[in-house]
Design a protein. Structure first.
Length: 243
């Protein structure tokens, strides 16, 4: 059974068997999808994210199988819409959305894992449809973005003149002392939000957005230096930069 994707470069290198939907190509595509998805899933699992190895493999394999079924149906009918593939992409998108969490410190967790799971499903869809070149190229780009770009994000974030902190004060009356100290350091408070998740905890907890000028950055090497200076204040129970 022929495939509409027979012009794929890698498929030409592998041979005509890889372009059609047959026993050999089906086994090869599923095997390839498992290898690629497990690589991304392992990277996420190693960093203890909610969606791990099995989730990435299952989601990607489901998309690959959906694509192969659609190829079979469309080749028999000689026309049609890849409904099963579309449904699988929507399902993976809904699944990936469930991996987004909101922590008690008002931080959103799991965005990268959610996007990675959805993108991994698309890779599976490409491989399942016989688009090996697109699938492998997308996989390489995806694994690079997930594993390497966080380092660049840290550098860019630390050079930003705007940052947000999670602040825990021992008493609500200390908020004015904190504001006074911030102003003395040459920082500007853009916004202060009280965190209701810590009600009745005995602490006054806030999310504070601040801006610092380039001139002040010459004094402090990084955001960590600023936070470390604030952490030494007696009335601050805990403080950290929010992601």
């Amino acid at each position: 059974m022929g495939s509409p994707f027979a012009d794929d470069y890698i498929a030409r290198l592998l041979g005509s068997w890889s372009s059609g939907v047959n026993v050999y190509s089906v086994c090869f595509r599923i095997f390839l999808v498992i290898v690629l998805a497990s690589t991304i899933g392992w990277e996420r699992s190693s960093k203890r994210h909610s969606a791990g190895l099995r989730t990435f493999i299952i989601a990607s394999m489901a998309c690959a199988v959906s694509a192969m079924i659609d190829v079979c149906i469309m080749s028999v009918r000689e026309a049609g819409i890849p409904v099963i593939s579309a449904a699988s992409v929507v399902s993976v998108a809904m699944l990936s959305g469930n991996s987004i969490l909101f922590s008690s410190r008002s931080q959103i967790k799991g965005l990268t894992t959610s996007a990675g799971l959805w993108a991994c499903g698309i890779v599976g869809l490409a491989i399942g449809g016989g688009l090996y070149t697109i699938g492998l190229a997308s996989f390489l780009a995806l694994i690079f973005c997930i594993s390497q770009l966080p380092k660049a994000e840290v550098i860019l974030k630390d050079r930003s003149n705007h940052f947000e902190v999670h602040l825990e004060l021992r008493n609500s009356y200390n908020l004015q002392d904190f504001v006074t100290t911030i102003r003395k350091l040459g920082l500007k408070i853009d916004d202060i939000e009280s965190n209701p998740a810590y009600t009745n905890s005995g602490l006054s907890v806030y999310s504070v957005s601040m801006t610092i000028s380039e001139r002040d950055f010459k004094t402090y090497r990084s955001h960590d230096d600023i936070i470390e200076a604030l952490r030494s204040l007696d009335y601050i129970h805990y403080i950290e930069e929010m992601n």
